[in-house]
Ligand binder design. Structure first.
Ligand code: SAH
Length: 353
């Protein structure tokens, strides 16, 4: 079977250079060679690790936050408890365990998972059993009941386009070929309606990123929350508005060239939270740093309770995990939380109004 690089070289030879978003989509989700489609990349043996894989405390705090928001909205039943890009299913398992003590929450929750990767769906099924309903996209989530939603490191995996400013126009960064290998190129400058607001804060030569898939996803979540109630927690690295090239390829926890081995490395970009906030028909919070969010939800008390049962290496690694999730020099500041909630209602606990 041809490898993904040969497939992409062949395609570019026939139809010309491709946008970065097309390239990312092929690298991540090509059915036979896609990075997520074919493997479980998470954990110490994998290419990267995520907050729920670092400690159960992360999912517990998310569970408490969602359950409190559910109580504050009058315990609606039934409701949709959904996660996009659940990876190994660890976060959802921790949410379900932590909320077991909340009367009627588990009985009212219908678990829905949005997952594109067959390999990771298998992992999720092994951990969570057959009760969740799996979806290819958010558009098929129930439309007539409240939605309590979480996504951790999902939006950073969505394909982006990159544009470089030339006067009032933008040249798109393209993936083409040079000397029979993949190489960067630049499209002809053209105006771009979705980037009008970026003419205010950029100058010639600046690079901006635009994620075409993000707005329809946020629209699907926000419309359900605005119509039926609920809340969404979106956790990821990034900032209110992103500037510059944030494309990163990781393999075995090390950065690699994004064009070097398509399908073999994780490709991500920083999330532009402003674009998400602008696309929702619901209310949204200000960005809250992950460390602050977790502290407000009581992660330190929880860490102390768990620590009382641990000693030696297990205690050391528990303390390190707490620090890693919350410390400003580790994940505490780089990762942010954006909450969506119904207009006229307070944001979920831990999030800035
Ligand atoms: N949330 C998990 C995993 C993050 S990795 C954690 O924190 O550990 C990104 C996840 O999103 C994977 O499960 C991947 O298969 C999934 N994913 C990536 N692109 C997707 C898409 N377009 N649609 C649905 N799922 C996607």
């Amino acid at each position: 079977m041809a490898d993904l690089k040969s497939i992409l070289l062949g395609r570019i030879a026939q139809t010309g250079p491709m946008s970065l978003s097309d390239y990312m989509a092929e690298c991540l989700l090509h059915p036979d060679h896609g990075y997520y489609a074919t493997r479980d990349p998470l954990g110490a043996e994998g290419d990267f690790t995520t907050a729920p894989e670092i400690s159960q405390m992360f999912g517990e705090m998310i569970g408490l936050c969602l359950a409190q928001a559910w109580l504050d909205q009058g315990r609606p039943a039934p409701f949709t408890l959904a996660e996009a890009g659940p990876g190994r299913g660890t976060l959802m398992a921790d949410i379900l365990r932590a909320t077991r003590a909340v009367p009627a929450f588990a009985e009212a929750a219908e678990v829905h998972l949005i997952e594109a990767s067959p390999a990771l769906r298998d992992k999720q099924r092994a951990l969570l059993g057959d009760t969740p309903t799996w979806h290819d996209s958010l558009t098929t989530l129930p439309e007539d009941q409240p939605l309590f939603f979480v996504a951790n490191e999902f939006f950073d995996a969505l394909p982006v386009r990159q544009f470089i400013r030339t006067g009032p126009a933008w040249s798109e960064r393209m993936v083409g070929t040079e000397n029979e290998t993949l190489a960067w190129g630049l499209g002809k400058p053209a105006p771009h309606p979705a980037l009008l607001h970026r003419l205010e804060d950029t100058k010639d030569g600046d690079l901006v990123e635009f994620c075409p898939a993000a707005a329809p996803i946020i629209q699907a979540i926000g419309a359900r929350i605005e119509a039926n109630g609920g809340t969404a927690l979106i956790i990821d690295y990034g900032d209110w508005r992103s500037l510059g090239d944030t494309l990163q390829a990781l393999s075995a926890h090390e950065p690699v060239d994004p064009l070097d081995s398509p399908g073999m490395a994780d490709l991500t970009t920083h999330v532009d939270f402003e674009a998400l906030a602008n696309a929702t028909p619901s209310a949204h919070s200000r960005l809250t740093a992950q460390g602050v969010f977790l502290e407000r939800l009581g992660i330190t008390q929880r860490a102390q309770t768990l620590a009382a049962r641990l000693s030696d290496a297990a205690l050391e690694s528990h303390i390190a995990a707490h620090r890693r999730l919350t410390h400003p020099h580790e994940m505490g500041n780089l990762f942010k939380v954006l909450a969506l909630f119904p207009k006229g209602k307070p944001p979920p606990p831990g999030c800035e109004t």
